[in-house]
Design a protein around this ligand. Sequence first.
Ligand code: 9D3
Length: 248
Amino acid sequence: MIFDILTLLPEVCAAYVKASILGRAQKAGLIEVRMTNIRDFAFDRHRTVDDAPYGGGNGMVMKVEPLVAALESLAGNPRPRIVLMAPQGRPFDQEMAAELAGLERLVIICGRYEGIDERVRKLAVDQEISLGDFVLSGGELPALAVVDAVSRLIPGVLGGECSASADSFSDGLLEHPHYTRPPEFRGLGVPEVLTSGNHGAIERWRRKESLRRTLIKRPELLEKAPLGPEDHKLLAEIRGETDGAEPG
Ligand code: 9D3
């Protein structure tokens, strides 16, 4: 899969790609993450990419011409999907990641300043994606989050150590607690079942703790999660227990 990130901070994006699992995936030829510097498509002597808003007001707006020229520099047949990272977009989730992972190419526009000229949206943008309801300084971190989440779903990107389908959220639940050595730390031990060697009991415990965490921290996820009869039994057990010790 080929990702094109249109940004005013290509070095920031490149550094993350290089230092992360994405760099390995790129070396292995599984993905390609390309950066386009929007400023390279500015047309004046000062390489201007922003301007004051029509109608007045604070802040600057990203100009339409450099952005559209940058988009048009990315040849593509068929035309790739073009998404804009924007606070008013649809909140990103694992389902969107899975849908995007089915594409051969994805173009991601990162905004800076107060926003982009609305005509970019009208002319070129297929989809707007937000990372959530908080204010960042630009779309670069969200774009990298999308590239990361989508890449993890491409076969081979996770080096077999764990498949993305075993991840939290792929089954709609939060993950169970994890433990590794030492067996005791500052008076805190490890649940006995995990050292019992009883793999059936371990699986049952993990499923139950996944359900417990989801019930306590993100109860709304339980409504969408595909639950079986065994899960409902475990949930009934959990609801019958007095000790629900999980930090919110
Ligand atoms: C004072 C500025 N804004 C009103 C709250 C508008 C605004 C414009 C541009 C706010 C943030 C930004 C830059 N953010 C993004 O480009 C962005 C973003 C985000 O800020 N939060 C969550 N997801 C995203 S995706 C892109």
